[in-house]
Design a protein around this ligand. Structure first.
Ligand code: 13P
Ligand code: SF4
Length: 381
């Protein structure tokens, strides 16, 4: 047996032992590590995390806020990221950028993802080779110096690095519009990947006509399935990617709620399809959704189209309002859900013992280029 498989086997045996423990025991052990490590440890939690995990996070947020937190913290010496892989990569790039490394005398902050299988299916829909091939094909039809590559933060570090190398930028669901405005102030067109819905929903609200947004399908060999004319007259070229969780929300769900609950407000995440977003009263990132509910008067009725754990938490936190989940089926992010108390406790105890597991580290060259695109994003207000 190879050394790698031996380690994997030993780790799964260890995890099995944690999985047999009661939640109270795991919580107490996690709290013990938090007390022991104090401000040297930063546990970040995305809003889609399970309640038990979010309760043990030091700070929670949407992707934008979590990036800012990882970028600005100067005290911590380890980050445990309760979220998905691209978030941990982003935190690694920002927390270990040259300026921070110099301040710490070269010491890296390890970023731990408690379960390495916590990925994002949307991020997996754009691979660096596909994006490079797209860029080369575009260059045969249009001047790519006039195309701004914009990657949604839900993407591998290699794609962020591609943007960094080509003068491009990263966006999140919280700042997609200012990022597109920044892009159009510099170049005529945008190549937006991997989420077609965020790109389309944002550009439509900026007045870009739908006819000027061809979709690039990386699985179609020639021009991603578009014609040369469509590429020449494009303003935003949309990558054919989507979130499997948010695509479950349908226009009939919106219509059904409006019929059954007159006056209800429909609020959705911009990863939902255009037909749903067009019908909604409010659109926003997970952070914006929370803020809108917090600001609403008692008695407000909402149907919210985003991941189930966040909507259920909103229901619990705001009993003075009537909050519904927009879909009739369960829309849960299975990969976010992989982070649970056993994985959190195991990874924390390993970290505290000086033998960190599941450390997400972006290689130096990729990190340097990805940082350029991330820094541009953090500068856009
Ligand atoms: P937010 O940036 O709005 O938190 O969204 C992240 C995400 O993955 C949504 O599916
Ligand atoms: Fe990715 Fe969708 Fe899960 Fe967000 S909800 S992490 S976009 S799969």
């Amino acid at each position: 047996m190879s050394q790698v498989s031996e380690i994997a086997l030993a780790e799964s045996a260890e995890l099995l032992a944690y999985e047999s423990l009661e939640d109270e025991v795991l919580t107490e052990r996690i709290q013990r590590i938090r007390r022991q490590m104090g401000s040297k440890l930063l546990i970040l939690g995305h809003h889609y995390q399970q309640d038990a995990v979010i309760a043990l996070s030091d700070l929670r947020g949407d992707s934008y806020k979590l990036s800012e937190l990882a970028a600005s913290n100067t005290e911590c010496r380890a980050i445990v990221f309760c979220g998905v892989h691209f978030m941990a990569e982003t935190a690694d790039v920002l927390a270990n950028r040259p300026q921070r490394l110099a301040e710490r005398g070269g010491e890296r902050v390890p970023v731990v993802l408690p379960d390495l299988a916590a990925g994002c299916s949307m991020a997996d829909m754009a691979e660096i080779e596909q994006v490079e091939d797209c860029w080369e094909q575009l260059a045969e039809v249009i001047d790519v110096d006039d195309v701004m590559p914009v990657t949604y933060v839900n993407s591998a570090a290699s794609l962020k690095a591609f943007c960094g190398r080509h003068g491009g930028i990263v966006c999140t669901s919280a700042n997609a519009r200012p990022v597109l405005e920044w892009s159009f102030a510099r170049r005529r067109r945008v190549l937006f990947f991997p989420d077609q819905h965020l790109g389309r929903n944002t550009a439509l609200r900026m007045g870009v006509p739908i006819e000027e947004m061809p979709v690039w399908d990386p699985h179609v060999e020639e021009l991603g399935g578009s014609s040369e004319d469509a590429i020449r007259s494009s303003r935003v070229i949309l990558w054919k990617g989507h979130c499997s969780v948010h695509q479950m929300f349908l226009p009939q769900h919106v219509e059904g709620f409006r019929e059954r609950y007159p006056g209800i407000k429909i609020m959705v995440h911009p990863e939902c399809m255009q037909a749903v977003v067009d019908l909604a009263d409010e659109i926003g990132s997970t952070g914006a959704i929370i803020k809108a509910v917090e600001a609403a008067p008692p008695g407000t009725k909402w149907a919210v189209g985003t991941e189930l754990h966040l909507v259920n938490r909103l229901k619990q936190d705001h009993p003075e309002q009537e909050i519904h989940f927009l879909s009739s089926t369960v829309c849960m992010c299975a990969t976010m859900y992989r982070i649970d108390l056993p994985h959190l406790c195991w990874s924390l105890e390993k970290l505290a013992a000086g033998r960190p597991v599941n450390v997400v580290q972006v290689d130096d060259e990729t990190a340097a280029d990805a940082l350029k695109a991330l820094e541009r994003m953090l500068e856009v207000k």
